[in-house]
Design a binder for this molecule. Structure first.
Ligand code: NAD
Length: 474
């Protein structure tokens, strides 16, 4: 079983995994009831937080090996932020797990109603390579907080991080209830043959379809955290200097390999050139005037295959390169590049870019911008830059996206109380904070009735008097 698309120097032993046996073992632990007590759940969350704190430097090293991630990005966007959010989950899990009272209408009286969150069973979590710590561990933490057992498959493309997760998770958490299975597509395919109680998949829309179909065989519920082209609408009222800097940051972070990275910009002619200039200035500032090649603060493209894909997008777009354009496939380097007015049917305007290239499209007005956005698949994120608050509301309200952010990019996915997920082709389901806990729970509705009174109204024979009463009360 050959793996061709991952960094050198990483080691995946795929020959020894008996996927069915691992799943069976984890299910037996779940069935024993071990994962249900809150004390067990909190121990696992503590274990994950401890692992990220004690082994943080090793994780940052692995991320640097896999993605050339600067340590600060590895910490802020992966290791440290994941530890903080899991600590938050640990604090709130007992509250989330409590029965939730529900109001009963008159017709249901006398009685009590409540909702009991109970675990689903064994959850499968399949993660991508771009934030390989966060995107495996946050859904895992939500699943564990809700009392599930977990099978986790990190991405083989971020091989060093995958190796480390597989080594450390069993040392810090219950190794019988949580299994990390490393591997490539063949292993993922074997896994999808098994029966799970929830599948949580993060990755491309195309693979999301495969996962959805596999889940349908067992009627397994899914969360699909997918990708797509996240647009940026720059209103005429926008603060162009700040807009340019924030967009440049969105493309600098992880070299643009972020599911919610700004993918294309819609701006009127009034501000277009100033916006392009402000992005250029920002990239120059970020690189300290030294450019991005061999710059330790700028990440690399994950593999030469992906660098080649981005080179392909640059080769034929029908627009004008405003700045950038340098690519070194062997060095997995792509320079931040802004392309003004590429052709609508060019690949760069059809595919998710997932790299530091940014098309800027000139529109007549924000009405046209909204038409363009609404003529495409629903995106994972949508960004509006506007000083006019009403206009910003109007633009958010006249488009649909998984999430949205006004006057910044990417950051809206970080607060645990803002459920994160896509819509349509960008995904289905939500997580982070309580929404993650609920994703991995069966929210069981329970009604309790007293026996002291037993009104005969419901029971046959259906007399005219009873019918009159029922028609009145229901
Ligand atoms: P990918 O779909 O290639 O791989 C993700 C995972 O799926 C890996 O673990 C991989 O082994 C597995 N996989 C690949 N092919 C498979 C198959 N045929 N059957 C079963 N499993 C398979 O995605 P990627 O390249 O790792 O990630 C990039 C994509 O993920 C982008 O589209 C990006 O937008 C999206 N993404 C979305 C989010 C989000 O939260 N919505 C976050 C990060 C990335």
């Amino acid at each position: 079983m050959a793996i061709t698309d991952r960094p050198e120097g990483t080691d995946l032993d795929l020959t020894t995994v008996d996927v069915a046996a691992v799943v069976e073992g984890v299910r037996a632990v779940y069935d024993s009831g071990r994962t249900k007590p809150m004390a067990w759940r909190l121990e696992q969350l503590d274990g994950l937080v401890r692992m990220l704190k004690m082994e943080g430097a090793r994780f940052e090293e692995a991320l640097a090996l896999d993605l050339g991630k600067p340590a600060i990005e590895g910490f802020a966007a992966d290791v440290g932020s994941t530890a903080s959010e899991i600590a938050g989950m640990r604090k709130n899990a007992p509250k989330y797990a409590k029965p939730r009272k529900a109001r009963l209408p008159m017709a249901s009286q006398p009685g009590k109603g409540y909702i009991i969150p109970e675990p689903l069973g064994v959850a499968l979590i399949v993660a991508p390579w771009n934030y390989p710590v966060q995107l495996l561990l946050l859904p895992m933490a939500a699943a564990l907080a809700a009392g599930n057992a977990v099978i986790a498959k990190p991405s083989e493309v971020a091989g060093a991080t995958s190796n480390l997760l597989a080594e450390l998770i069993p040392r810090y958490c219950d190794p019988e209830a949580i299994a990390v299975i490393e591997g490539d597509v063949a292993v993922a395919t074997d896994l999808l043959e098994q029966r799970f109680d929830h599948i949580f998949y993060t990755g491309s829309t195309d693979v999301g379809r495969i996962v959805y179909q596999a889940a349908a065989r067992h009627l397994t519920p899914v969360t699909l955290e997918l990708g797509g082209k996240s647009p940026v609408l720059v209103d005429d009222s926008a603060n162009i200097e700040v807009t340019g800097r924030r967009l440049a940051w969105g493309k600098w972070l992880n070299a643009g390999q972020t599911c919610v990275a700004p993918d294309y910009v819609l701006v009127t002619e009034k501000n277009r050139d100033a916006l392009v200039d402000s992005m250029k200035t920002a990239f120059d500032e970020f690189s300290g005037g030294k450019g991005t090649k061999d710059n330790k603060d700028f990440g690399s493209i994950v593999t030469d295959r992906h660098a080649g894909r981005l080179e392909g997008l640059l080769a034929d777009h029908g627009g004008t390169v405003a700045f950038g354009g340098d690519v070194d496939v062997d060095a997995k380097y792509v320079e931040p590049t802004v392309i003004v007015d590429p052709a609508k049917d060019s690949k760069i305007m059809q595919e998710e870019i997932f790299g530091p290239l940014l098309p800027v499209i000139t529109v007549e007005s924000m009405t046209e911008a909204v038409e363009i956005v609404n003529g495409r698949e629903k995106p994972l994120a949508l960004y509006v830059f506007a000083e006019d608050a009403e206009k910003a509301e109007e633009l958010i309200g006249s488009t649909t996206s998984g999430g949205a952010c006004v006057n910044h990019v990417v950051l809206h996915i970080t607060p645990p109380d803002l459920p994160f997920g896509g819509v349509g082709e960008s995904g289905t389901g939500r997580y982070h904070g309580r929404s993650g806990f609920d994703t991995f729970s069966n929210l069981k509705s329970v009604m309790k009735k007293p026996t002291k009174m037993d009104p005969k109204m419901l029971y046959p024979p259906y007399t005219a008097r009873k019918e009159k009463m029922i028609r009145k009360f229901i």
